[in-house]
Design a protein around this ligand. Structure first.
Ligand SMILES: Nc1ncnc2c1ncn2[C@@H]1O[C@H](COP(=O)(O)OP(=O)(O)O)[C@@H](O)[C@H]1O
Ligand SMILES: [Mg+2]
Length: 240
């Protein structure tokens, strides 16, 4: 695994007086999809937020493309090529779908080709292009949230539980869009509680518990070892 796009080394993050991350170490290989897994409260969201500069680590190193980036602001990190899809979706309810997409573009207004690609992935966004984002269904909001990150090419996407609360048909649409992102050369670090989706999309997995990485390897290795899944995540397998 040479030349990862992102590496965390001993990352410790506090929130107020609480020690949340106790030294997080893992790599995100370039051009691959890495799933960050683990029980509720394990520290997955805190890890993504720390990478994105929304929390500043108390110790450790975050290395993007060979250079230290811990301590940079979210805006600087976005300009360095990180796209972030937050757990709470981060869309503007009062603004239209179009305005939400335009605001997500850092360099230039989205090109017609780019919009067509996004509409191809998420047709509902074309239908509701001029509607306030607050009037979209939960699944459509989640698609808008992912589409905002897709508005320009990003080298690395951090995506926090995109399938949460979505109907299976919408999860399938989302999975296709994420595969498409990967096919265009992006690297993805994604938190996902839906293990079938994690297994379908993931090349690699890193499993957290109590603010640390407790296992890392290939998704294939984790997928074939149900005892390991149960030990690491207390997973109940829903589907084959
Ligand atoms: N803003 C916050 N204030 C206090 N504690 C927090 C905050 N955000 C997260 N935590 C705590 O940090 C731990 C990890 O949370 P989180 O990173 O959201 O876990 P996960 O995404 O794996 O479910 C949990 O114990 C949670 O209660
Ligand atoms: Mg979370």
């Amino acid at each position: 695994m040479s030349d990862p796009i992102l590496s965390l080394r001993g990352v410790k993050t506090d929130i107020a007086q609480y020690h949340i991350l106790h030294g997080v170490d893992f790599d995100v290989p370039r051009g691959e999809v890495t799933m960050l897994l683990g029980r509720n409260g394990a520290g997955k969201t805190t890890t993504l937020r720390t990478i994105m500069g929304l929390w500043t680590p108390r110790a450790g190193e975050i290395i993007l493309d060979g250079a230290r980036v811990d301590g940079l602001t979210p805006a600087r990190l976005a300009r360095k090529g990180i796209g972030f899809v937050p757990e709470d979706m981060g869309i503007f309810a009062d603004l239209s779908v179009e305005e939400n997409l335009r605001l997500a573009a850092l360099s230039a207004p989205p090109t017609p080709e780019r919009l067509e690609w996004i509409f191809g992935a998420f047709p509902a966004l074309k239908t509701f292009y001029h509607s306030p984002a607050g009037t979209l269904s939960g699944g459509q909001k989640q698609m808008l949230s992912v589409a905002r990150a897709m508005i320009e090419d990003r080298a690395l996407y951090l995506i926090d539980e995109p399938s949460k609360g979505l109907a299976p048909a919408i999860v399938a649409t989302l999975a296709r869009a994420l595969k498409d992102l990967k096919a265009r050369g992006a690297s993805i670090l994604m938190v996902e509680q839906n293990f079938s989706l994690a297994r379908a999309l993931g090349d690699n997995a890193a499993v957290m518990d109590d603010g640390r990485i407790v296992w890392a390897g290939t998704m294939a290795e984790l997928a074939r070892d149900t005892a390991l899944q149960e030990r690491l995540m207390g997973l109940k397998m829903e589907s084959a």
